[in-house]
Design a protein around this ligand. Structure first.
Ligand code: ZN
Length: 241
């Protein structure tokens, strides 16, 4: 995986090109974050002594999964007559595809982009980064969570959105920065238990990032044309989340 924080930052960045539809950009950012939740399956398999084979960068990183998500949410949106759910699903699908593409480009490993079809795409065949680099990439996850949260704070302050949530977000930014520094030391010093402690903290941080993304959705969805983040449908009814 490229760092989950990088994916979410890219997800927020693409809002520039996204039409202002309720929950669409929210979906893109969540869809960019969620594929690496497959590490939870890896963690469970590790703890229970099962095989971790085929769990990471497979079912959550697939264009076919992305298409299935879009279709399911389209159905939900149409049946419930809530177009924002269709937008959310489209965003999630776009986010998953963006995540898979970014993993192909900036990670030294393959992605099963058409899971369940057995096609692995790997631009990095035969490239093995040095051990110290692979180790460094783990604490860097927390650094990028901090950068993502810090970026949301800057956006919120610039746009005047979600200002009531900035204070707690500053605390979480500090927490992630401290975790980065702690794990930066532990990854090179702790022998056996590192992966267990790190894995648990990483998964909690990923969940936290998803929760923060939802809570800061007004900030994420605000655009230059629509600085309040309150999107309107048909130009009449204010769409306040
Ligand atoms: Zn990934």
């Amino acid at each position: 995986m490229a760092q989950a924080g990088i994916h979410s930052i890219v997800g927020v960045a693409v809002r520039k090109w996204s039409p202002a539809r309720p929950w669409l950009v929210l979906g893109i950012v969540l869809g960019s974050l969620l594929p690496d939740a497959d590490n939870l399956a890896v963690a469970i398999a590790t703890v229970t002594g099962g095989s971790t084979e085929g769990l990471h960068r497979t079912f959550t990183h697939s264009f076919l999964t992305a298409a299935a998500i879009v279709i399911v949410f389209q159905l939900i949106g149409r049946l419930s007559k809530r177009p924002s759910w269709s937008n959310l699903g489209l965003g999630l699908g776009i986010g998953v595809v963006l995540h898979a593409l970014l993993d192909l480009l900036i990670w030294f490993d393959g992605v099963q982009i058409l899971w369940p079809l057995p096609l692995w795409v790997n631009f990095w065949e035969g490239v093995t980064p040095p051990e110290w680099f692979s180790q460094l990439m783990m604490p860097v996850e927390m650094l990028f969570f901090a950068l993502y949260f810090g970026g949301l704070i800057a956006l919120a302050q610039r746009q005047g959105t979600d200002l009531g949530r900035v204070r707690s977000l500053k605390v979480w930014t500090a927490v992630q920065t401290i975790l980065f520094l702690i794990f930066l030391v532990l990854v090179y010093t702790l022998e056996s238990d590192f992966m267990t402690i790190y894995g648990a903290v990483y998964l909690l941080s990923l969940g936290l990032a998803a929760v923060i993304t939802v809570r800061m959705r007004q900030t994420i969805e605000a655009t230059a044309k629509n600085p309040s983040g309150k999107l309107s449908i048909g130009g009449h009814h204010g769409y306040d989340f």
